[in-house]
Design a protein around this ligand. Structure first.
Ligand code: TYD
Ligand code: MG
Length: 479
């Protein structure tokens, strides 16, 4: 079934041979000065898939081992087949060890992806020794084992797929790759709990652990480096699954905001940093009447954090959401799990509660503290620059630290100016965002709330701003 190796393809791209190429099993040798260690031999091979190379900090290193984990259906097989084809186009020979699928199934998928190109080889194998023989025969630059859970060694005695089998087979393959030279990629299925035999227990065996995440029913997929011996972790690659496989998302912010319903209540835009990139996302909230115990449904955010924000909004800003059912999600399958998104979550909730939409060219950034204060977040400049790029004109942000007074509005220069509206408390931010729509009294004393709590914002009459001087948010506004 196997094609013959393409003559000449290997000579230009002969994999590096010899022990101790990468991490781990460095062979015995004389100590060398650190400055004399040869770096030239250890260049990553780009996969040619921009988002994958971004996460790998350049590409796959010869002799290295990479584990790609993810739930079934996220697109691991698709991604790696595309990577093999792309690398083949650059003269690298790739071997796909099909341990779960038949070669003809792989071929069909490859045809659909345009990945049935010379330089990509497939072998149906589930026994460890067969995999080793295939690798030794073909001498590929990259070996993808799909999946490691389906490979076993009958000599071990333990049943195929068991933890002991998966671990032992991975260990042997990693050692084998280090000696023979190909970049080894192991695919590992993970269940929602991350519990399935394998991936979690393999992490210490490999140099790099990538996690491929995404709902199989949504197009968006995120690839994250959880461990990487040859570069920084924390970078995220974004892909969209389409008819012809995975396509890197060039402008994620535009994608996430693409279907936004302008002028709808319950929506607020914020800018989390995903990996090293600021992305604009839409936080959506729906507040409903609760029949019994108030419920919270959260997607794309930390549910505990949303519960916290509901409590702060209720107790510190007088927005009575505490006893309501609350639904909060980040649109388009995106995530916003950092505190910088707090303010947007609160604004979306207040907007849903009141039925008043935020202006559509406004975004919000800021952590909300238990006292209802706004706290500054890191990376403000790049977050705001991304917002400005997409035409946003107003940014609600935390004011200068610690002061009681609002800062004066500031502007990011340029033709399409982004105006920053600094506030020191959540209450101030709400009045800046909603203006007179939610403001019951201006310059009045503390509002008495039904349960006897003093209104937040009391005693802040010195606050100087064109819209927010001494404002108090009344519960009636949310009735
Ligand atoms: P697959 O790569 O098989 O996922 P995994 O190996 O992680 O289990 O494919 C994931 C899903 O993507 C599968 O349900 C079918 C779908 N898909 C497409 O939408 N377009 C495509 O071009 C391909 C190959 C798959
Ligand atoms: Mg698969």
């Amino acid at each position: 079934m196997r094609e013959e190796p393409v003559a000449g393809a290997l000579s230009a791209a002969a994999p590096l041979r010899g022990p101790g190429l990468v991490g781990g099993t460095v062979g015995a040798g004389a100590p060398v000065a650190l400055g004399d260690v040869d770096l030239d031999a250890h260049h990553p091979m780009p996969t040619g898939l921009g988002e994958l190379d971004r996460v790998l900090a350049g590409g796959l290193l010869p002799g290295s081992a990479t584990l790609v984990g993810g739930e079934p259906g996220t697109g691991k097989s698709t991604l790696l087949l595309q990577a093999l084809a792309s690398m083949a186009a650059m003269g690298k020979r790739g071997l796909l060890v099909a341990a779960e699928e038949a070669a003809h199934q792989v071929r069909r998928r490859a045809a659909r992806l345009g990945a049935d190109v010379p330089g990509v080889y497939v072998v149906e194998a589930t026994e460890l020794s067969a995999v080793e023989v295939a690798v030794a025969d073909l001498a590929p630059d990259i070996v993808v084992v799909d999946s490691i859970q389906a490979v076993s060694d009958p000599e071990l005695g333990s049943p195929a797929g068991s933890l002991a089998q998966v671990r032992a087979c991975a260990q042997r393959l990693v050692a084998f790759a280090k000696v023979t030279g190909p970049a080894l990629v192991l695919v590992g299925h993970v269940t929602k709990e991350g519990a399935l035999a394998g991936p979690r227990t393999l992490e210490h065996l490999v140099d790099t652990v990538l996690s491929f995440e995404g709902d199989r029913y949504l197009a968006l997929r995120a690839l994250r480096a959880m461990k990487h011996r040859f570069g920084p972790t924390g970078e995220t690659g974004l892909f969209e699954m389409g008819e012809k496989g995975l396509v890197g998302v060039a402008d994620p912010s535009s994608l996430f905001l693409g279907d936004r319903l302008l002028g709808a209540p319950g929506s607020a835009v914020t800018v989390p940093i995903e990996g090293y990139r600021p992305l604009l996302v839409e936080v959506q909230a729906l507040v409903g009447r609760s029949s019994a115990v108030p419920r919270r449904f959260v997607t794309g955010l930390d549910p505990g954090r949303v519960g916290f924000l509901v409590a702060v909004l209720d107790r510190r800003a007088g927005v009575p959401v505490g006893d309501r059912d609350v639904y909060v999600s980040v649109a388009g399958g995106a995530r916003a799990c950092e505190p910088a998104a707090d303010l947007a979550v609160c604004l979306a909730l207040a907007s849903s509660m009141s039925g008043v939409a935020l202006r559509c060219d406004m975004l919000a950034l800021g952590e909300v503290g238990l006292g209802g204060e706004l706290r500054r977040v890191s990376g403000m400049t790049k977050r705001l620059a991304e917002a400005k790029r997409l035409g946003f004109r107003h940014a609600l942000v935390p004011g200068p630290g610690g002061g009681r007074a609002c800062g004066a509005p500031r502007e990011l220069g340029g033709d399409d100016t982004l105006r920053q509206l600094p506030g020191t408390t959540l209450s101030e931010a709400l009045s800046l965002a909603f203006g007179d729509h939610l403001v019951a009294r201006r310059g009045a004393g503390p509002t008495r709330l039904p349960d006897g709590l003093a209104s937040p914002g009391a005693g802040e009459a010195e606050c100087r701003d064109d819209r927010g001087s001494g404002v108090h948010i009344a519960r009636e506004a949310f009735a």
